[in-house]
Ligand binder design. Structure first.
Ligand code: UTP
Length: 293
């Protein structure tokens, strides 16, 4: 069955990016020339998904505003003859994209946020992207790579990446089972283990494809690590019923939920940017030559 829907949970508090995110949703922080959330939507579209389900907190109306027409702005750009900018603005999101919104009234955790989208997703397989986990690949996005694996296996797929052992306590960490045709299966998963207790250094990052089998398990997941309803615990329960495959994706990941990760992403995306890339590179080279600011 095709994947037609993606869930974007964007109802977190963003405490790591305060004070920038006191009033502004962290997914609206800028990465060069567009908000972080727009990269997630673009990745979903790259994988052929047309229905985007945002799980937002009540206070995050600004995310909805970004993906709805801004008639006043469009009329003014047209009046000023700024055709390029008009096309740019009208194309967010591109025609044919359907945006829907579910509310997570209280930030009870990622598992709970995904569950809030159940009614809008229904009884079909779906993808999840955590927008603050930004993944760059010049040609095949992470979700495209996962989609290929899903088409082949017809089972849930999660994206994983090797991290330093001292960082495992920030992630869901997996134990791998046997390879099936060169693809690893998940054997077990544990949320935020201590470095000496982690079964490996393979961390789950913010991309998932789930069969509808995850729904009843999310419904019954109780509060776990950090007193939050953890997606990891529902995945652990899914392992008792279905196969879950691991996608060791190609690409560079940026943790845009942290200030350092966001700055790294801003520098590297700016260097790759069509319009400002060359000038920005010259500026950086100059800065380094002069030993910084
Ligand atoms: P994070 O772990 O980054 O948590 O959430 P956070 O609350 O957003 O940020 P910090 O750690 O306090 O800085 C991962 C993803 O899950 C969403 C977030 O919006 C982010 O996309 N999330 C998390 C929810 O939608 N609801 C929640 O209750 C928790």
């Amino acid at each position: 069955m095709n994947i037609n829907k993606v869930v974007l949970p964007v109802a977190g508090l963003g405490t790591r990016t305060l004070p920038a995110t006191k009033a502004l949703a962290k997914e609206m922080l800028t990465l060069v020339d567009r908000p972080i959330i727009q990269y997630a939507v673009e990745e979903a579209l790259s994988a052929g998904i047309r229905e985007i389900i945002f799980v937002t907190a009540q206070a995050k109306k600004i995310i909805r505003d970004h993906f709805e027409p801004n008639t006043m702005l469009e009329q003014e750009l047209a009046r000023r003859g700024k055709q390029d900018l008009l096309e740019l603005v009208k194309n967010i999101p591109p025609p044919g994209t359907v945006c829907r919104y579910a509310t997570q009234p209280v930030p009870l955790g990622l598992g709970h946020a995904v569950l809030c989208a159940r009614r809008l997703v229904g009884d079909e397989p779906f993808a999840v992207i955590l927008p603050d986990d930004l993944i760059h690949h010049p040609t095949d996005t992470c979700l495209q790579q996962m989609m290929e694996m899903y088409q082949e296996k017809n089972a849930s797929v999660v994206a994983v990446e090797n991290v330093a052992r001292e960082q495992v306590s920030r992630y869901g960490i997996v134990e791998t089972g046997n390879d099936v045709d060169g693809v690893k299966k998940m054997k077990s998963i544990v949320e935020k283990p201590a470095p000496h207790e982690a079964p490996s250094t393979l961390a789950v990052v913010g991309r998932y494809i789930f069969t509808p089998g995850i729904w009843p398990l999310l419904e019954t997941t109780r509060r776990g690590a950090g007193s939050e309803i953890q997606l990891t615990d529902a995945i652990a329960a899914l392992l008792g019923k279905e196969d879950v495959y691991l996608c060791e994706f190609q690409g560079t990941r940026y943790d845009c939920g942290s200030i350092l990760g966001l700055m790294r992403a801003n520098v590297e995306y700016a260097l790759r940017h069509d319009v400002i890339g060359a000038e920005f590179e010259a500026y950086l080279a100059d800065l380094v030559k002069n030993n910084g600011v």
